[in-house]
Design a binder for this molecule. Structure first.
Ligand SMILES: [Zn+2]
Ligand SMILES: [Zn+2]
Length: 229
């Protein structure tokens, strides 16, 4: 899970756990959330959707929530959400579903705060990597989501200020830290943050310093970390 924030809006990307709890722990104003993007149908990316809606409602949200994603990701979110009967919850927010085509450089959304584009990655199910451009400062963040090395992700991440790339480990459908570094170099990204790391000790010792010999601005992402772009 991650979120991008500028002065006008917060967009949440995936909700595999209790995303509202994490946002509050990071000091994010829930009223600034203008949308959720779900990248794919796997539980670690979408299973927390009904909980997110419940917590936003309990937190006072009455406006609808815009939810964006490719068709299988949206259907998964809808199925999980509809497993709970919210019909008697007063003023429960509506959900506006926005399907994103599974094609390279698809427009996800464009408003006064953001331009967001998507391209397919290579995972075990259909998936979208994402590119966010902040319409105020012009900063660009790209997110690989779950994927093995992908040339479409290289193109999507072109000249990004930050590339957030998964480094679960060698595939199928996932990347090693070497793969992520290759994407950062080929895309011309300025900084690489490695995420979606396995729970056991990982990329410790000499691995990161060794990768820094080819791409200096590389780091392991930290839980509840904040990064400016
Ligand atoms: Zn996955
Ligand atoms: Zn995943």
């Amino acid at each position: 899970m991650l979120a991008v924030e500028n002065r006008e809006s917060v967009l949440v990307i995936d909700c595999g756990g209790d995303v509202v709890h994490r946002l509050l722990a990071c000091g994010v104003d829930l009223d600034k959330i203008t949308g959720l993007i779900v990248t794919h149908e796997h539980p670690d990316h979408v299973a927390g959707f009904p909980l997110m809606m419940e917590r936003l409602w309990l937190g006072g949200r009455r406006d609808h929530l815009d939810v964006y994603g490719i068709a299988p990701a949206l259907s998964q979110a809808r199925r999980i959400h509809d497993a709970f009967d919210t019909s008697s919850w007063p003023q429960y927010p509506g959900i506006n579903w926005h399907e994103v085509p599974l094609a390279e450089d698809s427009l996800v959304l464009e408003d006064s705060a953001w331009e967001v584009r998507a391209s397919p990655g290579k995972h075990t199910v259909p998936i979208t990597a994402l590119r966010f451009e902040d319409r105020y400062g012009g900063g660009v963040l790209a997110y690989s989501c779950d994927t093995s090395y992908s040339e479409a992700v290289v193109r999507l991440a072109s000249e990004a200020d930050i590339l957030v790339h998964e480094a679960t480990g060698q595939g199928p459908g996932h990347s090693s830290a070497d793969d992520a570094t290759k994407v950062a170099i080929e895309s011309g990204a300025k900084r690489l943050v490695l995420v979606h790391l396995p729970p056991e000790p990982y990329l410790e010792g000499e691995e990161i310093p060794k990768l820094q010999e080819t791409f200096s601005e590389i780091e392991k992402g930290v839980e509840r970390g904040r990064y400016s772009f």
